[in-house]
Design a protein around this ligand. Structure first.
Ligand SMILES: Cc1cc2nc3c(=O)[nH]c(=O)nc-3n(C[C@H](O)[C@H](O)[C@H](O)COP(=O)(O)OP(=O)(O)OC[C@H]3O[C@@H](n4cnc5c(N)ncnc54)[C@H](O)[C@@H]3O)c2cc1C
Ligand SMILES: *[C@@H]1O[C@H](CO)[C@@H](O)[C@H](O)[C@H]1NC(C)=O
Ligand SMILES: *[C@@H]1O[C@H](CO)[C@@H](O)[C@H](O)[C@H]1NC(C)=O
Ligand SMILES: *[C@@H]1O[C@H](CO)[C@@H](O)[C@H](O)[C@H]1NC(C)=O
Ligand SMILES: *[C@@H]1O[C@H](CO)[C@@H](O)[C@H](O)[C@H]1NC(C)=O
Ligand SMILES: *[C@@H]1O[C@H](CO)[C@@H](O)[C@H](O)[C@H]1NC(C)=O
Ligand SMILES: *[C@@H]1O[C@H](CO)[C@@H](O)[C@H](O)[C@H]1NC(C)=O
Length: 584
């Protein structure tokens, strides 16, 4: 392992006084990226036969698909089809300090595919083995016990499944000064009690887990494939599934029996279920991919499918309904002293339905300088203009003016609030019949007044944290707002809202500066599209298991629960099958 040391001299001009200083920033991880594990079961789809047979076929090697495939492979033959490539050896994925590089990469081979909702908020979806766990900000935290109970899950198996995931993917973060100040500020303004470091969802303030280890290396859901039985699993990369194939004989329910996918050269392949009434196809293509693929396969609102010349297998009006994205709003706090580079480590779980989190430091992404990480216009986060004005031109201007900003403008961090739920929902529709293109999706941020109220309360709390004693070291006290504005002028960040008209203007601030924290979910919800066993209603041998099945975002951040669900359902499918085989 190689450790790079960056010595960084900074100088700052603040009118009458001048600051000199030097900071030594340690970065493990710029110089090496994790070696690919010895996954003998992982191949390019171009090497696949035209036709093959398996007990289980899983579509989507993401945060839920990987743990599910690893688990089922213990006892059955499993094919895992992922439209993207391998995450291993790509520093844009592996290194904490490179956060945002993949999201900024708009090429067709990027592990991230940008999409813009009809609301105008720029968003991203994964296209890589490991799914969004390869792109995300790494925060790892479980769902509330209440959420688990309401989902009807078995609490004991849920806990075992979380632990199974955590052994490979979750770490305790090293808390440095800036994140510690946010934690102490939260406590000072009354987001109590302090619950220390824990994966549990408890009201108050806590330090959560992270999928970045002590060296800043990311551990993704693809790493869960180390649990797989190599003789039971085949993983195909760059395998885009175009449709689920059904047998629809006579009056019986349609039965899923195969899939058609294309490889990187555009060649068609088919994979079928082996004979055996318990074999199944499972869709784990994420909140955009799963409803999209169901519709492309003829399962969805009949009129909508007919408009796209898709043969209707089952008229299912609820496919694509209940799409939600939790709004995120953030405030930038320029700091007079250097701050560490951090992604989310601390969360305040308030009693009014808002979660307060934070990220800090200039992002020294590979090959570029001076960036705002999670809040960079390069990744589509442009909150200084309202959603519908975030055009490519507006982004280009923001990126350009960012390159002219003084280094001091980047020193600091963001405190963000994300609302729980949300209650507002929207829907998803096909744009065309290409599974690689984005469907159209509408989230209707803040349509429900309660969501807006949660945002307003969240912003108020952030203001108090910034003004707290604990945070004093990291804010300019003796600088006028005008100077701060000048310092960060034209930068794509929001400082404290200027609210003369307290509640009205904070409401407008929430609407105008709304961003995504990429926790979107829904589209194949339990009780509407799938039953409580995640089986698609009205047909056989097909399930959906991923974030598309949720009504609300679990915990403060969803990935722990999405990965848990993959493991949990894998174990349940195996044990139910074992039980029914032995009673025969
Ligand atoms: C930038 C970003 C930051 C985030 N930060 C956090 C965070 O800090 N903490 C947290 O808990 N959560 C975070 N999240 C959210 C979390 O990562 C996701 O909610 C979760 O990973 C979704 O899991 P999934 O299995 O539902 O979908 P995904 O992980 O997206 O998996 C779906 C997979 O299916 C594949 N696929 C789709 N269609 C097809 C097809 N037709 N054929 C073949 N394959 C297909 C995709 O390529 C993808 O790999 C973040 C997400 C993003 C994008
Ligand atoms: C990393 O991302 C940058 C753009 O953000 C891109 O130019 C580069 O090709 C990416 N590298 C890899 C290995 O994908
Ligand atoms: C699961 O773990 C949580 C703590 O993480 C605990 O509060 C809960 O009681 C456990 N549930 C069961 C059923 O053991
Ligand atoms: C559907 O098919 C009809 C007749 O072949 C064609 O005119 C129409 O353009 C098609 N529509 C779409 C959306 O492909
Ligand atoms: C802010 O910038 C403007 C234009 O450059 C300048 O006229 C003004 O004096 C500056 N204000 C402060 C407080 O620095
Ligand atoms: C300020 O508040 C008043 C009363 O609530 C309202 O009528 C007015 O439109 C608000 N102004 C702005 C700029 O929000
Ligand atoms: C899986 O297979 C192993 C033997 O390979 C067996 O001991 C175990 O009971 C099986 N489990 C299930 C759930 O089928």
């Amino acid at each position: 392992m190689c450790v790079c040391i960056y010595i960084y001299i900074y100088m700052m001009d603040l009118g009458c006084w001048r600051l000199f200083g030097a900071a030594i920033l340690f970065f493990h991880g710029f110089c090496f990226s994790e070696k690919a594990p010895n996954y003998t079961f992982m191949h390019e789809a171009t090497s696949a036969p035209d036709i093959s047979y398996y007990d289980y076929i899983i579509v989507g090697g993401g945060t839920a698909g990987c743990p599910l495939a690893a688990t089922l492979s213990q006892n059955y033959s499993v094919l895992l089809l992922e439209r993207g490539g391998s995450p291993y050896g790509n520093p844009n994925i592996t290194n904490l300090a490179a956060f945002g590089q993949a999201l900024a990469d708009l090429s067709p081979s990027s592990p991230s595919q940008r999409f813009i909702s009809e609301d105008g908020v720029i968003n991203a979806r994964a296209r890589v083995l490991g799914g969004a766990s390869c792109l995300n900000a790494g925060f790892y935290t479980r769902a509330a016990t209440d959420y688990v109970n309401r989902a009807g899950w078995d609490g004991r198996l849920v806990n075992e499944s979380y632990q199974w995931v955590e052994k490979v993917m979750a770490f305790e973060p090293s808390m440095l000064q800036w994140q510690s100040a946010v934690r102490d500020g939260l406590l000072e303004v009354g987001v109590v009690p302090y619950n220390g470091f824990t994966y549990d969802h408890l009201s108050g303030t806590k330090v959560g887990g992270t999928i970045f280890d002590q060296d800043g290396q990311r551990h993704t859901a693809a790493d869960l494939l180390q649990y797989a039985n190599p003789n039971g699993l085949t993983v195909l990369l760059h395998a885009s599934v175009h449709e689920i194939l059904f047998t629809t004989t006579g009056k019986s329910r349609p039965i899923a029996h195969g899939v058609r996918f294309t490889d990187a050269s555009g060649i068609n392949h088919r994979a079928y279920l082996k004979k055996g009434s318990k074999n199944e196809i499972i869709i784990s293509a994420g909140a955009l991919g799963s409803p999209q693929l169901l519709m492309l396969s003829g399962v969805g609102p009949a009129d909508h499918l007919k408009a796209h010349n898709i043969t209707v297998v089952v008229d299912q009006p609820m496919v694509g309904q209940g799409m939600s994205d939790n709004s995120m709003n953030a405030i930038f706090i320029p700091s007079p002293v250097p701050v560490e580079v951090s992604l989310i480590q601390v969360v305040g779980i308030t009693h009014f339905g808002s979660y307060i989190e934070a990220a800090s430091g200039e992002n020294f992404a590979v090959g570029s300088h001076r960036d705002f990480g999670m809040f960079s216009p390069k990744i589509g986060q442009l909150s200084t203009v309202p959603p519908k004005q975030r055009t490519p031109e507006a982004i280009a201007i923001a990126v350009e003016s960012m390159s002219n900003l003084d280094e001091a403008a980047f020193r600091g961090g963001f405190i963000l609030e994300k609302i729980m739920g949300p209650l507002s929902t929207g829907h998803l529709e096909l744009r065309n019949r290409n599974p690689n293109d984005n469907p159209s999706v509408t989230f209707n941020y803040f349509k429900e007044p309660e969501d807006l109220q949660r945002c307003v309360e969240g912003i108020r709390t952030i203001e108090r944290i910034i003004e707290s004693k604990a945070f004093s070291k990291f804010r300019y006290d003796d600088i006028s707002l005008q100077t701060l504005l000048n310092m960060t002028a034209n930068s794509p960040v929001n400082l404290l809202p200027k609210h003369k008209n307290a509640s009205t203007s904070l409401e407008q601030f929430c609407k105008d500066t709304v961003m995504t924290i990429w926790h979107y979910h829904g589209g194949c919800q339990v009780g509407r599209v799938v039953d409580h066993d995640y089986k698609v209603l009205g047909m056989d041998a097909l399930r959906v298991i991923d974030g598309s099945t949720f009504y609300y975002c679990p915990g403060t951040n969803p990935q722990a629960t999405v990965a848990m669900l993959g493991r949990y359902m894998g174990v349940r499918i195996l044990s139910e099958r074992l039980a029914s085989d032995t009673t025969k």
